[in-house]
Design a protein around this ligand. Structure first.
Ligand code: BGC
Length: 841
């Protein structure tokens, strides 16, 4: 334990990122070994932090001279332990592009010949207005050795780029989804190894994506949300051995032609007609004289920003578990797992023109056929028309939510795999316990996160919705933070949320904003604009998450419209406690509880930034809202108007009750839960087990966790769920019955924080002051490991004949208060600790 070590170095929450922007990137690290007694951060001889005031810090903002664009900076963190030993960990980051010169280019949509295959292809064009995906190419000559090459690239739509026939980077669905009217992300790729002397070719295929394809569910505005056809911008920056540089950018010299991707759409699916392929077009030597010149559509670079998070990647592949013949040339593949991604299919040699169709679904009907009723207008259909030779098909510009795929047109399909796509957030948590059904629940929660963190946090991946609903993300965030390092993913999405904030201060219901979806934020939905930054700050210790102006603008907006402090007006579509199976929680009570919570958290955020006057004003407002809440909704005996579980949960979790009414309210909550089982919807569910256990009813929280009758989590598990369902019982009108909706998966945080007992003290940030309070219930053992922002936290407990045994790992610089089940409490420093007790209270 003498030595001390920093590891997991990151810049703006990413490992060795390309394209960092901003004057003060955050440099962070994790700690292992002994407690450091001194810490120093240095950037490339350019800046030294000096010895940090807090030797156990885990992050610092660069505060040196201005960083140059497109430059690599090496940095290091040096730690000293009490015994005088030091250790240095190194990393680097590279800054992004500053001044674009390239033009936006496109294939002139009016010049595209509609040469689709008959039948389905025509149907796709006629009904959906989708055009073939343009291919764009530019060849250029390199005469001297290149020492470094960076491709800065983006699209209005989606792009896939190749240099000399090799794919550039591994991002899927790039450049990702933002509100393109405000921000358009570009990616920076190191393509040095792809270039060669002589002729080189930069080749790009474009697709509609969120830009001009179908998105959302509003039949009045099904597509064309941001533009009508895709466009490309790219700059390839070459640095030669002699130090000179050259830029090859998008300009009028590029040439274009449609290729074999006849249409590609995120919701409708993708069609490849290999007879229309243009072999060799991505390689030098191809004759593009028959191709058209591109259209130069503009030179506006104002919205371009570097991508702040890891892209969507094809993370893994699952082979079909079974392949069942359902007709002479049709089969249904079962991948054994509900997921978001696409099918990769090996095709044998076939007569040219043979059409193979892949449809997707989450469930099968009683006859074993796909049940697509819950997809609504998302066709989720991929088509390939063979040119003859054997090939492997995988769509590039679409994804679907499915467990099953029907493959039609082949007497015998070759290898069938599901390619799993999601934003590539590093996994940080593992939880296991003695009940295999709870382990299955935990897996379902993780798969829900995979399937719904695709560029933005979505409600569900399968139907024509797939939107960044704020409440879903808000309730699931604590679970997501245990499962994975989602700091960069949410830093990106919070920009979408702020882009969608109205001039009046209103947060939306969905971000990125999309026309046609109820725009005015509802209670619990819009409040995510405050709740999410606060939770991220507490989890990762980065005060940069707290944009106090934006948070306060939201609180002031609600206040202005509700001067008597009961939130009645401007509640947007007021979704209440969405999909609660029990009696409705009074809307004004629910809204006012969130109003208080947002004011309370914003007051704390103001304090973090030293904005004392704002903090005092907001604290006073939060206190006044609380008074109004008590006066309006709380009886002298602690009964709440409506007498619903969610009402009590909000009041208890958000600190809305006077001291003498807390215990009666908690008792009433427990009575309701005992009598009815869970009656909460999306807003109440994440608080259910945490609040019950915080008020002495961990036993009841465990009863809920292990309940198998509907509504319950294990009912889903017992009925074969491999993800979390939209509804507790999975029974709803098909149009609102998704089988991959993570809101009810918010119980995941309680597995880590309750059953395993990993928590932090109320004022603690980034797990500086751990509170370890395992709640064994009837389980025999549980283990959780969490790669926190500070370092590794581990809890493992087991009940044996000789008593209760607990092992705890506390990361460097942290302390822990350990609560044992027999009621004893211990204070421990960093390091590994073992506790045993013979009895449990
Ligand atoms: C979505 C939800 C969302 C809700 C608003 C639904 O259609 O699927 O997850 O939060 O609308 O109530």
């Amino acid at each position: 334990m003498g030595s001390v070590r920093a590891y997991g170095l990151s810049c703006d929450h990413r490992t060795t990122p390309l394209g960092v922007s901003g004057a003060t990137p955050r440099l962070s690290w994790r700690l292992a070994g002994a407690d450091p007694v001194a810490c120093l951060v240095e950037v490339d001889g350019l800046w030294s932090s000096g010895e940090l005031a807090d030797p156990a810090a885990i992050g610092v903002r660069y505060a040196g001279p201005p960083l140059r664009p497109r430059t690599r900076y090496d940095w290091r963190v040096t730690l000293r332990a009490a015994d005088g030993t030091t250790s240095t960990a190194r990393s680097w980051f590279e800054t992004g592009q500053d001044r674009w010169t390239a033009a936006w280019i496109a294939a002139d949509p009016d010049a595209v010949e509609h040469v689709d295959p008959p039948t389905d292809g025509e149907w796709a064009l006629r009904d959906h207005g989708l055009l073939p995906c343009p291919q764009l190419r530019r060849s250029f000559t390199i005469g001297a050795p290149v020492t470094a090459a960076r491709l800065h690239i983006s699209a209005k739509g989606l792009y896939e780029a190749a240099i000399n026939g090799t794919r550039a980077g591994d991002a899927q669905l790039a450049p990702g989804w933002t509100d393109y009217r405000h921000r358009l992300q570009y990616q920076t790729l190191d393509v040095t190894s792809l270039l060669t002397g002589g002729e080189n070719v930069l080749a790009v295929t474009l697709a509609d994506g969120w830009w001009s394809g179908f998105a959302g569910f509003d039949p009045r505005r099904p597509g064309y949300h941001y533009g009508r056809f895709p466009e490309l911008i790219a700059e390839l920056h070459l640095t030669f051995a002699d130090g000179t540089t050259r830029v090859v950018g998008t300009d009028a010299a590029w040439r274009t032609a449609p290729g074999h991707v006849r249409h590609a759409d995120l919701l409708k699916g993708e069609c490849h007609d290999l007879r229309s392929a243009t072999p060799g077009w991505e390689l030098p030597g191809f004759d593009d004289s028959g191709w058209r010149p591109v259209l130069v559509t503009g030179h506006d670079h104002g919205t371009l920003v570097p991508s702040p998070d890891e892209p969507v990647r094809a993370v893994t592949r699952l082979p079909a578990v079974t392949l069942t013949r359902t007709g002479p040339d049709s089969h249904v593949a079962d991948f054994g797992q509900n997921l978001a991604g696409r099918v990769r299919l090996a095709l044998p040699e076939l007569p040219p023109g043979t059409r193979v169709t892949i449809r997707h679904a989450e469930t099968l009907d009683a006859q074993g056929r796909l049940d697509t009723a819950n997809l609504r207008t998302a066709d989720a259909t991929d088509t390939i028309v063979s040119a003859g030779p054997a090939t492997v098909f995988e769509p590039a510009f679409t994804y679907h939510g499915f467990r099953y795929a029907e493959i039609t047109g082949l007497p015998r399909p070759g290898d069938v795999e599901a390619v799993v796509l999601h934003s590539d957030t590093p996994w940080t948590g593992t939880f296991t316990c003695s009940d295999p059904e709870i382990e299955q629940l935990r897996r379902n929660i993780e798969w829900g996160q995979r399937g719904n963190f695709v560029s933005v946090p979505t409600d569900c991946p399968q139907r024509d919705e797939r939107l960044g609903w704020l409440a879903d993300a808000q309730v699931f965030l604590p679970t997501a933070c245990f499962n994975a390092d989602v700091a960069a993913f949410f830093a990106k999405w919070l920009r979408d949320v702020r882009d969608a904030q109205t001039p009046e201060g209103g947060f939306p219901n969905v971000a990125p904003r999309i026309s046609g979806v109820a725009e005015e934020g509802a209670p619990g939905w819009a409040d995510a604009g405050v709740i999410i930054p606060w939770h991220l700050y507490r989890t990762y210790g980065d005060a940069g998450f707290l944009d106090v102006d934006s948070m306060a603008a939201w609180v002031d907006f609600v206040h202005r419209n509700n001067p008597d402090l009961i939130w009645r007006f401007r509640t947007g579509p007021h979704y209440a406690d969405w999909l609660a199976p029990g009696p409705a929680t009074p809307r004004e009570l629910l809204a006012t509880a969130f109003f208080h919570h947002s004011a309370d958290l914003t007051a704390r955020a103001a304090l973090v930034h030293g904005r004392i006057r704002d903090a005092e004003r907001l604290r006073a407002l939060a206190d006044d809202i609380r008074d109004a809440f008590i006066k309006t909704f709380v009886s002298a005996t602690g009964r709440l108007t409506g007498d619903t579980q969610t009402g009590y949960l909000l009041a208890l979790a958000f600190g809305l009750l006077p001291g003498d009414r807390i215990a009666p309210a908690a008792r009433r909550l427990a009575e309701l839960v005992e009598e009815h089982g869970p009656q909460t919807g999306f807003l109440g569910v994440s608080l259910l087990c945490p609040v019950l256990s915080a008020h002495g009813r961990a036993d009841l929280a465990h009863t809920l966790l292990r309940r198998t009758a509907p509504p319950s989590w294990l009912y889903q598990v017992r009925n074969g769920a491999t993800t979390i369902w939209e509804r507790w019982d999975g029974r709803g009108a098909p149009s609102m019955n998704s089988f991959n909706h993570y809101a009810f998966g918010s119980i995941g945080a309680w597995l880590y924080g309750g059953v395993a007992g990993i928590g932090q003290a109320p004022g603690s940030v980034a797990y500086r002051e751990l509170v370890i309070r395992p709640l064994p219930g009837d389980l025999t053992w549980a283990r959780a490991e969490y790669e926190s922002a500070r370092g590794r936290i581990a809890v493992s407990w087991e009940r044996r004949d000789d008593g209760f045994h607990l092992d705890v790992t506390v990361p460097p610089g942290a302390t822990a208060t350990v609560h044992l089940p027999d009621g004893q409490t211990r204070q421990v420093p960093s390091g590994d600790h073992h506790f045993s007790t013979t009895e449990e209270s």
